[in-house]
Design a protein around this ligand. Structure first.
Ligand code: UD1
Length: 404
């Protein structure tokens, strides 16, 4: 891969921020929104609730003056588990919401107990019957909530639910991901009073009402990290623009350990692989630790690095499904519980591969880019959930890739 790429707006920041627009009985403008399937699904949910949405080249205008429905459609809830984030926004706006239990998915069981526990503590009554969860309250009352685990979704959902609550909410042991900070900034731009994102505790002083706002989404650190891995795997030389390198420090640290040469200029990162890649060990952790969303791309990269590497997945229990596909290509990987033990091989062979989820799918495309000869990757709709214009972007930097 050689050349320059522009990184899109963050998927994981866009989803809760789009959900949060419901809290404002007016019009909100969001810029730098990626055109990806998950964003489209989030917009469809909002439309089903009564919002009017216009989209023009990365700018989303949400008119949430009239919300006529408090139920998240079953099919959209099933398609995208993160749609549960709408629940907090609906509770804040209408004091009620109804949705189906999200259930398991390809990367793990994805429970929502921490979300529901948080809602309960804010005074919400929760009724679970026949696969439906119904949440209702007279009013939301600020309180102290301690999360058992710094869940990203639970932190965001509780933030959304408590913006318009009576009194002050303290959420402790929160997730510290940059997307949480972006959400805080957006809520404050609409007139909320939220502080502490990036630390262990978020404090939300309830306000009576929010107002119209215009806001820009942060760059997608996982998209950027994926392209850095792809460049490293193909012994490339790339420059990524519209990046926040601070959000990528754990990823950059590992790439440097693997022998990649990395440089920075304002909002850009350069990567070059002057020598061979060297193996390293990685443990996924909540931010600022190494992101689970970069695990599959790194396992794939480590497959092509000298020596033995060990990767431990601590966040999701079922995130190695793509590994069997890599083994088909000649990778030497053994899975033992949470650990992947990777013995580097000189190259991978082309194969027909099946993507079963977003990041694992991106990792398979990356493996296919390194293999001499033609590989076919099916299940590309999973990858399109999170990567804007993937084929176009990879073509710009010299990949021979096309969508059949
Ligand atoms: C978000 C990201 C996802 C990322 C993940 C971890 C979005 C849209 N998705 O997902 O890309 O991989 O953070 O960085 O932002 N858990 C519970 N109970 C709960 C909630 C979570 O046990 O109520 C567990 C999960 O099973 C998992 C861990 O906590 O093991 C982390 O999940 P969480 O941080 O909530 O991830 P998501 O918000 O679903």
């Amino acid at each position: 891969m050689e050349g320059e790429l522009d990184v899109s707006g963050s998927k994981n920041a866009s989803l809760p921020i789009i959900a949060a627009t419901i809290l404002n009985k007016g019009t909100t403008v969001i810029q730098n929104v990626p055109e990806i399937r998950d964003v489209k699904m989030m917009c469809s949910i909002l439309e089903s609730l009564g919002c009017k949405i216009t989209k023009e080249e990365g700018t989303l205008i949400v008119d949430a003056k009239s919300i006529i429905n408090s139920e998240i459609p079953d099919d959209l809830m099933h398609e995208m588990r993160s749609s549960v984030i709408i629940a907090g926004a609906l509770l804040g706006r209408l004091h009620e919401c109804k949705f189906t239990y999200p259930g398991g998915c390809e990367i793990g069981s994805r429970p929502i107990n921490l979300h529901l526990e948080g809602f309960k503590q804010l005074g919400v009554g929760i009724d679970e019957a026949n696969g439906f969860i119904k949440c209702e309250c007279e009013k939301l009352i600020g309180t102290e909530i301690v999360l058992d685990f710094p869940s990203v979704g639970a932190t965001e959902n509780i933030m959304l639910a408590s913006c318009l609550a009576e009194g002050t909410t303290y959420i402790k042991n929160v997730a510290r991901e940059p997307e949480i900070r972006n959400l805080q900034d957006f809520l404050n731009a609409m007139g909320a009073n939220v502080a502490g994102a990036g630390s262990n505790t978020i404090v939300i002083k309830g306000v009576k009402t929010l107002h119209d706002a215009e806001f820009s989404i942060i760059p997608d650190r996982i998209e950027a990290g994926t392209y850095l891995c792809m460049a490293a795997a193909t012994k490339g030389d790339v420059k990524l623009n519209h990046v926040n390198a601070e959000h990528l420090s754990s990823v950059i640290h590992k790439l440097k350990q693997m022998n990649c040469k990395i440089g920075f200029s304002k909002n850009s990162i350069y990567l070059k692989v002057p020598r061979e890649l060297i193996g390293t060990n990685i443990k996924t952790m909540p931010y600022p630790g190494f992101p689970t969303d970069m695990q599959s791309q790194f396992v794939t990269l480590l497959t092509l690095a000298r020596g033995t590497s060990i990767v431990v997945e601590n966040i999701f229990e079922n995130r190695y499904k793509y590994v069997n596909e890599l083994i088909k290509m000649g990778a030497n990987i053994t899975i033992e519980g949470k650990a992947a033990i990777i013995q580097g091989v000189p190259k991978l062979s082309p194969a027909n591969l099946e993507a079963k989820e977003l990041r694992g799918g991106a990792a398979l495309i990356m493996a296919a880019l390194t293999a001499e000869g033609e590989s076919k990757v099916t299940g590309i709709e999973y990858v399109e959930r999170g990567y804007e214009n993937l084929v176009k972007k990879l073509t710009i930097v010299g990949a021979k890739i096309q969508k059949a």
